[in-house]
Every structure is written in C-alpha cells, then in structure tokens.
Design a protein around this ligand. Structure first.
Ligand code: TLP
Length: 349
C-alpha cells in the first residue's frame, strides 16, 4: 500500500465522472452570467440548501470573505468562535480586507451558546463598534469536525433575529454535518443569511466553493467577489464537477465518518496517545501526543517518514482527516504505522 494521506479531505482528486463532465461542459463567460453550467450549479446548490440563490467562488476562504463583505460595513464587529477558521486561518482577511473587528467567543467543542452571544452584544453607544454578523462553523474544523446541532443553531439564530444580527455559516463541511445529523442540508440554513460550502473537500471536486443566500445577498456577494478578483470566465469547467458532487458525493460521506470513528477508537487504545472520543462526530480525528513527551510536529514528521500523512494543531495535537479513497484497510495500515512509530520511541528511550 502506498502513502496514506490523512492530511486533509482537500487531497481528494476528481472522479472519472467529474473529469468527463468537465471535458464536456457547456461554457460561456460567467462575468456576463452566461456560463450555463455555472448557472446550473448555483441553482442546484441553492435548491439543495433551501436558499434563493447561489454563487460559485474560488475557495472557502473567498466564500467567507465575500459573505462578510456583502453583509457588513468597515468598523462593524463580527462574533465568531475563538478557534474558528475565519478567525485563525484566513490571513485576517476579515480585518485586512473587510475592515471588521472580530469578537471571538470561547466554544465548547467549537460551539458557543445563544446566551454568550447575548452577553457579547454591544449596547448602542457612540464609543462602540456595531455588532453586525455572527459567524458559525459547521462542522467545526479545529474542534475536530464537531457538529452544530439544529437546537444549538436555533438558539443562536433566535438571539440574532431578536437583535437584528446577520448569521453567516462557514459550512466548508456542511454536508458532513447534515449526514452526521441525519437531516437534509437545507435544515442547516434555517434562520441563516449566508452559507459557504466547499466542493473541494470531502465532495472531491478539484476547485471551488459555493455561497448561498437570498437573491439580494447574492447580488452584493457577486460585487464582493469581483472586488477580490474572483470573477471567473468559463468557470463551467469547475462547476461541472460540482454538479456531479451534489448529485453523487454527499451520501458517501457517512463512510468517511465510519472510518474516522474506527481510527479514533484504535488510536485511543494506543499507549501515550489520547483521543477525545466525544469530539469525533464526522471525518476528523484529533489525538494528543503530549503523553509521549514529544511535539505534534516531530511526531507528524516521523509518521510522514513511515508513509502516513497527518497535520498538526498546536504543540500537541495531531489531525487526521478521512475521505474518499481511505478504506478500512488504510486505517488498519495507519494503525500499524502508529504502532511502529510508538515502538521505535520506546526502544530508543
Ligand atoms: N481547511 C483546510 C485548511 O485550511 C486547514 C483543511 O485542510 O481543513 N473553513 C473551514 C472550516 C475549513 O476547514 C477551510 C479549509 C476553509 C474554510 C477554507 O477553505 P479553502 O481552503 O477552500 O480556502
């Protein structure tokens, strides 16, 4: 068996059906709104998520930024989770480009409560920024792929509606959340003003994300996308793969959740490694190497040498992500690699 790449579900390659559809895609200039394949993808994404309209963007990062730009003014405040991707992993675009001030709230497994939002609200006062948007992340990457439940989301959207706040969902892995909860993805946009999801993660497309929301929001988002240089031309090449993904790649995500669960249980049984099994709710597994007296970076480098790709989070957490192409056999070999790495540490110490 070759290299087992659990660094991310972004490493998935397009399927043969996607490549065929890309080659055969009907194309036009999308800045003129004349690419029929892009138009079909945007309509289909909006339909799947129960929204009025959609917009193809280049990446999850661009989708989040476009969504914030379209719903705020410079100087406004955005409430988000302290470990969220928008806050930590998007090059501070919300401040640098959109001119927003972040208000990070600590979450439990990536989730903050409606009460926390209420407490963070700023009263109208000449000194304060205006709280404008609440940003949610579902599933939550840094918390280990944890899922925001419908009840948790409702609690937050209710507070937001009472106070006139907009809600944006970084739904890079929203279909993982829907599959984990056993609900249609459209249920996860209830009370939400905008949502970005990625085609290029577990759904296996080579490029792209889609933003959905109301028609009026999408018109603004389209301007923001142009501002960021994201107005593409014959983007139907990308959209063609996205259409295949929405039709055929969502339900299979359950398999990735099963392999992640299997991996988590096996890793939890290994000496010196610790997994918070409660956080393993979709296709991400975080495990702690502190008990080994090493750093996550060192351990990841050792696993790489042995043929297992992982990433790190902070000084002690290792992240594994399951995806299409990772079968039970790959998990078994991954465990053997981990066991061998642990054994060699015992011998050398
Ligand atoms: N996440 C990537 C890396 O950036 C860490 C990964 O491998 O998981 N929101 C969330 C929740 C994400 O996990 C990511 C990408 C993004 C947004 C950004 O998407 P892209 O990479 O398409 O800009």
């Amino acid at each position: 068996m070759g290299y087992i790449d659990l660094r991310s579900d972004t490493v998935t390659l397009p399927t043969p059906a996607m490549r065929e559809a890309m080659a055969a895609a009907e194309l036009g200039d999308d800045v003129f709104r004349e690419d029929p394949t892009v138009n079909r993808l945007q309509e289909r994404a909006a339909e799947v998520l129960g929204q009025e309209a959609g917009l193809l963007v280049t990446s999850g990062t661009q989708g989040n930024l476009v969504s914030l730009l379209a719903q705020s003014h410079p100087g406004d405040e955005v409430i988000l989770e302290a470990d969220s991707h928008v806050y930590n992993n998007e090059v501070a675009g919300l401040s640098r480009v959109a001119g927003l001030i972040p208000r990070p709230l600590p979450g439990d497994h990536g989730v903050f409560t409606g009460k926390q939002v209420e407490e963070a609200l700023r009263p109208p006062n000449v000194h304060f920024p205006r709280t404008r948007v609440v940003c949610l992340e579902n599933t939550h990457n840094a918390a280990g792929g944890t899922v925001l439940s419908l009840a948790q989301q409702r609690e937050i959207t209710t507070v937001a509606a009472e106070h006139g706040l907009r809600i944006h969902v970084d739904g890079a892995r929203i279909y993982n959340a829907a599959v984990a909860l056993g609900v249609p993805a459209s249920a996860l946009t209830e009370g939400v003003d905008s949502l970005t999801f990625c085609l290029s993660k577990g759904l296996s497309c080579p490029v792209g994300s889609v933003v959905v929301g109301s028609q009026a929001f999408i018109e603004e988002a389209r301007r923001a996308r142009k501002l960021l240089g994201g107005g593409m031309r014959q983007a139907g090449i990308i959209a063609a793969a996205g259409l295949i993904a929405l039709d055929t790649m969502i339900n299979r995500l359950a398999k990735d959740h099963d392999t992640a669960r299997l991996l988590a249980k096996e890793v939890d049984g290994l000496p010196g490694l610790e997994v918070d099994l409660d956080s393993v709710q979709s296709n991400i597994v975080l495990f702690d190497v502190e008990g080994l007296g090493t750093t996550s970076a060192e351990f990841a480098a050792e696993l790489h040498e042995r043929g297992l790709g992982v990433t790190t989070k902070g000084a002690s957490l290792v992240r594994c992500v399951t995806h299409r192409g990772i079968e039970v056999e790959h998990i078994e070999v991954a465990i053997e690699i981990l066991e061998a790495a642990l054994a060699s540490r015992t011998h050398s110490s």
